[in-house]
Design a protein around this ligand. Structure first.
Ligand SMILES: Cc1ncc(C[n+]2csc(CCOP(=O)(O)OP(=O)(O)O)c2C)c(N)n1
Ligand code: SF4
Ligand SMILES: [Mg+2]
Length: 346
């Protein structure tokens, strides 16, 4: 037997091992983009040193919405009705604003049955990381076109989609989400940086992740297949995320890099690649989405960011203590208070 000591297990800044960030074994198809996103979520929460017990995982219905079962086992979780995750998230965050909420939805769950809830979530800027695992189809019900399927794209059986898509990023920017990003499940580096930025952000982080469905939408003629997305990915720039607990050691040329200070003190450096891109300008962001879309490309990266915008909790001016912990005397004022109020309205 060797006397060599066993290698020390890697722990993060709160002394937890990566195993504490994992979930149950996936039941999704091998090669599904959703599994790769799960891996990035596990790594991002581990590397950011977030206590899983502070995290609330939410979802709707779909293959994508099963994903929260596969990460952060010790966290709180709620699998809602199809398309209704936003209202559950809103209630939960209003009850306990100290939680860090992450919701996983699908392009069908968000863009079809859940579009009404999605719209109001975006305009409220609720503190929530909202991920759309976007495969352009209803994977769970055998691959029908979803509202993000591109006009003219082909289903596996050869049927051509004759409806224009909803661009969830453009919609989210237009409606008021304060961090909007698009990424690809196969781009490990970019997706990790986007997720860490979202963890550091206070407000709605709407992240559309193109996530190919290998079983129903990975063929020629699909614009959400691995090969199509790899060939048409147009990153807006290189993202360097430096968490507040690490020394800042990024070399950049002023003028070619936008520096953004996040809510928690972390720093984001966005180095522009092609044209001049300003991620804090809504008009530029929307124009870029339209232009890349017209060329059949996907603009990826941080598309829009407004780090200081009031979130829904601030807008409502809630008391400091989470509402869930207030004693009954403070949440149900007695008869005398009601009488006084009625008197004041006379
Ligand atoms: C009220 C209701 N209507 C319809 C369904 C059937 N259904 C289950 S999942 C789904 C769509 C899932 O698509 P998406 O959100 O894109 O997830 P994916 O499976 O592609 O990851 C539908 C229509 C349902 N479960 N509940
Ligand atoms: S059917 Fe498609 S979306 Fe669902 S698990 Fe399989 S590959 Fe993923
Ligand atoms: Mg889908």
């Amino acid at each position: 037997m060797s006397d060599a000591p066993a290698p020390a297990k890697r722990t993060n800044r709160i002394n937890l091992e990566i195993t504490q960030y994992r979930g149950s074994k996936t039941t999704l198809c091998a090669g599904c983009g959703h599994n790769a996103i799960t891996e990035r979520i596990i790594d991002a929460f581990f590397e950011m040193g977030i206590d899983p017990k502070r995290v609330l995982k939410l979802s709707g219905i779909g293959c994508s919405s099963k994903s929260p079962a596969y990460f952060l086992n010790p966290s709180h979780g709620f699998n809602s009705v199809h398309g209704r995750m936003p209202s559950v998230a809103t209630g939960a965050m209003l009850a306990n604003k100290n939680m860090l909420a992450i919701g996983v939805s699908g392009d069908g769950d968000t863009g079809a049955i859940g579009i009404g809830q999605f719209v109001h979530l975006m305009r409220r800027n609720l503190p929530l990381i909202y991920i759309i695992e976007d495969n352009g189809c209803y994977g769970l019900t055998k691959g029908q076109f979803s509202p993000t399927a591109d006009l003219g794209s082909k289903a596996k059986n050869g049927v051509v989609n004759d409806l224009p898509p909803i661009d969830t990023c453009a919609l989210a920017i237009e409606l008021g989400a304060s961090l909007v990003a698009r990424s690809f499940s196969g781009d490990k580096k970019q997706l990790s940086a986007v997720l860490k930025t979202a963890i550091a952000h206070r407000g709605t982080s709407m992240i559309d992740v193109i996530s190919p469905c290998v079983t129903f939408n990975d063929h020629e003629g699909s614009t959400k297949s691995y090969s199509y997305v790899k060939d048409h990915d147009e990153p807006l720039g290189e993202i360097s995320f430096v968490p507040y607990f690490e020394d800042i050691n990024v070399e950049y040329e002023p003028g070619s890099t936008t520096q953004v200070k996040m809510h928690d003190g972390s720093q984001l450096y966005l180095r522009k690649l092609a044209e001049d891109y300003n991620p804090s300008d809504k008009i530029t962001a929307l124009r870029t989405l339209h232009e890349t879309n017209r060329r059949g490309e996907f603009a990826t990266g941080i598309i829009y960011i407004e780090p200081d915008k009031d979130d829904f909790i601030e807008t409502l001016n809630l008391v400091d203590e989470p509402l869930a912990f207030l004693p009954t005397e403070r949440t149900r004022p007695g008869r005398a208070v009601l009488d006084e109020l009625m008197e004041s309205l006379r």
